[in-house]
Ligand binder design. Sequence first.
Ligand SMILES: CC(=O)[C@@H](O)[C@H](O)COP(=O)(O)O
Ligand SMILES: NCC(=O)COP(=O)(O)O
Length: 260
Amino acid sequence: MIFHASPGVIDLGVNIDHIATLRNARGTTYPDPVQGALQAEEAGADLITLHLREDRRHIRDADVAALRPLLRTRMNLECAVTQEMLDIACRIGPQDVCLVPERRQEVTTEGGLDVAGNFERVQAACRQLADAGIRVSLFIDPDAAQLQAAQACGAPVVELHTGRYADAESPEETASELARIAHAVDEGVRLGLRVNAGHGLHYTNVQPIAALTGIHELNIGHAIVAHAVFAGWQNAVREMKAIMVAARLSALAVAGRPAG
Ligand SMILES: CC(=O)[C@@H](O)[C@H](O)COP(=O)(O)O
Ligand SMILES: NCC(=O)COP(=O)(O)O
């Protein structure tokens, strides 16, 4: 049975990368990210996100292929803008592909894709994916120039990188990063883009982001996997979804707008 806490209010994309990180740390076959994805769907995930890195440090090609026919929600495949990755994406055919920047030595995705600075390459990638029937999202910093470039590329979706907000070291910095994201959401909506967000979100910093009513979907992984160690995987997914929905419903009530 799939659990849905207020469907349509705000979507939770559960990122399963770090289930694979745990598996790969010991070269075992467990924990299985595919099992994690299916259980996350039962617990209320609206989609499953996974990042096939060029170095295959967590998710592997076999995970993506195994998961695609089993998912009951939708797959959001994150990958770099390389021909190898575009070809894999077109072969697997996920519902969504999110193009992300990658640096081999980084601990995690540091910053958004420079769409404005790599316009032709990103535009060609958007075309190849769209021709394969895949909805394209660009993982960008909350920046007006990047949003405009994303729209000009023909991407229907953007995911705003919330890492700087999550890593802010003072209340002032947190407030200023949140304001930056809020402005970017408004700009994205004005440009006709579907606006998603994610990176570094956890159980006590997600609320102000979920309250931004222009955001459709949040992709969250590391914090849910970490919380699952103590709470159990499905409880961790349910808890995150409930927090997001409560924050969104209360923002809608304050704005006097109906949910859904
Ligand atoms: C693009 C992105 O933000 C996610 O892929 C997330 O960061 C998890 O993957 P990494 O930890 O490998 O960056
Ligand atoms: N695109 C962001 C994502 O999928 C999850 O990032 P994180 O929660 O693992 O930092």
